[in-house]
Design a protein around this ligand. Sequence first.
Ligand SMILES: NC(=O)CC[C@H](N)C(=O)O
Length: 432
Amino acid sequence: MDPVTASLEAVLQRHAAVPPRGVVADYIPELACADPDDFAVAMASVHGSVYRAGDHEREFTIQSVSKPFVYALALADLGLDEVAEHVGFEPSGEPFNAISLEPGTGRPANPLINAGAIVTTSLIPGDAAQSFERIRAGLSAFAGRELELNEAVYRSEAATGDRNRALGFLTLSQGVLARPAEEACDIYFRQCSLMVTVADLAVMAGTLARGGVNPLTRTAVVDPEVAKIALSVMATCGMYDRSGEWMVRVGLPAKSGVGGGIAAVLPGEFGLGVYSPPLDAQGNSVRAMAVLQEMSSRLGLHVFAPPAGSRSPIAASEVVDDALTVRLRGELDFITAEQVSNHLLEQVVTRGIKRIEVDITHVTTVRAVAAELLRAVGIELRRHGLELMIEPAERIAAAAARVQKAPSVPFIGGPFATEPPTAQPSAVQPPG
Ligand SMILES: NC(=O)CC[C@H](N)C(=O)O
């Protein structure tokens, strides 16, 4: 057995030994048929390896894990500005089925609570059949295989989903739902009833981890910008009224579903899927949360944990006559580019150099911030009559072009971008 699978097996065994707390959802009657002992975990690396342990062949309905992915499809189809007219980005701190509408705009707080998810689903273009097919095909592209509807769960939710229909009518009355309420809810119930395995959740999460490119099929499902926004709402709103505690304790953008699945993402590295049907009072799988919490703390996966030690980008540095040649490796981000910048400027001062050549053939990525910093170093060196040559030049030019192309984002809160707040006369008199 490969070492990754072995460690996934070990985590499952440790948690399987503890009897599951929590209860299997039964407010959608068909969900009560799930076996509470089913337990599985999978990981999909951004390089396309998928590791599975436990009952990983079991299919279950995706439920709310679908929400960030459908949000991503809506962003891809309509763009952020249009979607943001219908649904916000703020954690609601309320249960998943709460009536959580922003005063003033009537928008649901975020796309991951039911009200926001139903509105998001309503935005996917086409008639009802086309819209559901876009969702089914889109989620399948995230998963890298064709996902199918569980008719029984769909009918069960459709027969009992009056609270969701109420949220549909309420958002319609606020002018934010984009199609008739019954139709929007029907598409939403179908979306929640798509069947997945833990490996599907891992690959879907892995697609977000890889900036929207499915690590198995290599298909670009959504743009990196869209994947980034989906991850942002998962980080702030993915676990409903446990989102804050989740971020503190686990620190991975994640989304849970009442079917018992959770998808979690370590950006740039991998996606995880965990499945265990018993849920806590918030509707999050108890064992899946425990597995993710253990993995995060034992393996140091929290997104805000700084990497230990420093990475040196300089593989070799050599002065021959009056020419300096520096060979770089790995990823160029701010902190590595800063080391390069300091090294070049120091060599210029101490070694009386006339020419500098930087070889980035073995650099894996040039981040925009690194391109910007190296451009500034080039300008500084030119002021001292020195030429900085970076080879291959196209790579640095491509990263620099990304800086130029980056969209100028309106200031948070929109109106402030054009209308700065006017200074209010202070009630407190300045001293003196
Ligand atoms: N949290 C969830 O997974 C809820 C999804 C479920 N289909 C519902 O709307 O109630």
